[in-house]
Design a protein around this ligand. Sequence first.
Ligand code: NAD
Ligand code: TYD
Length: 343
Amino acid sequence: MSQTILVTGGAGFIGSNFIRYVLQHDPDVQIVNVDALTYAGNLTNLEDVADSPRYHFVRGKIQDQALIEQVCRDYGVEGIINFAAESHVDRSIHSAAPFLETNVLGVLHLLEVVRKLSIPRFVHISTDEVYGSIAEGAATEESPLRPNSPYAASKASADLLIRSYIRTYGVPAIITRASNNYGPYQFPEKLIPLMITNALENQPLPVYGDGQNIRDWLFVEDHCAALWLIYQRGSEGEIYNICSGEQRRNIEVVEAIVRLLNKPSSLIQFVPDRPGHDRRYAMDATKLRQQLGWQPTVSFDEGLARTVQWYQNHRQWWKAVRDQSYREYYQKQYGVLSGKAEQ
Ligand code: NAD
Ligand code: TYD
């Protein structure tokens, strides 16, 4: 059945992959993408779908409730999927206010629109970081929220706000919590694309602390498949963890990238640790696997090789991105291009 959905934050990494995935997999869906185009939003991520009659773009912030309402009315929006966020932990450590503006207040305004216009579906993209560092075992959807960075705290705050709107107003919301994503179009400030692009330019690879921190790596297309399944078949009011189970230490990830690119391991530099750095993220995604039958299809080895190849083949994309905001930001924060190496 034909329907129109509003994707917010669709010009970023996961949002742009999601839009492409849905347009390819579901010919009956129209998508309106509202994105503020911050440093992380990039319309070239969606160049290949920009001319589709089923895709529309509106520039705007999710905090702009009047605009979001107008878009929902104009396009007859029947569901909202929210990707819009400030998403980088390091930036949140330097300046938390934009994280609260977008990740909390923005979500409040989206919830108000959903409530006012009785939008039948609202899926909010959250993160495993809300559970904090997990020494042993894995967090389930019932585990306590123990965020440790301003970014994680802003995401946890939104999750709690959504919970309150579900309970208080019966808003038909679903929260998804994904592990670390990687793949094409990821902004080269996050671990994997930063290391690939630095290595391609023979720049140092700054590994925080002892490099033993563990993340669970989810290929972005597997995440998009899970999200579309949850959007269509997930239960209102529920939370779904999404992860692959492919846990790796940071240093293993960086060494694998160095090997794939045939670069010398002398590029790897251990640098001062991130303050409050979470040691290990781990989630249990049994609920999603058992209730909706999702499972990841791309192994970490395959996904990393595909990602490395994508960055090798898309130099123009990442060079443009690095030349603009990235260079500006890192030079301002650290006085160098490659991260914390010379702090
Ligand atoms: P990203 O930083 O690449 O993209 C964020 C997008 O949101 C950008 O296009 C940006 O322009 C837009 N945006 C920012 N503020 C906005 C605002 N106020 N109004 C409208 N648009 C705004 O982020 P990403 O990695 O694609 O992450 C997407 C979502 O997934 C985020 O909510 C993030 O918290 C969550 N998430 C990310 C990961 C990951 O590993 N990247 C893992 C789990 C969850
Ligand atoms: P990141 O991609 O920022 O994701 P998150 O902090 O949300 O998990 O970082 C992933 C891991 O890599 C994290 O443990 C911090 C580490 N890291 C580095 O060691 N060096 C870097 O330059 C970056 C950006 C991250």
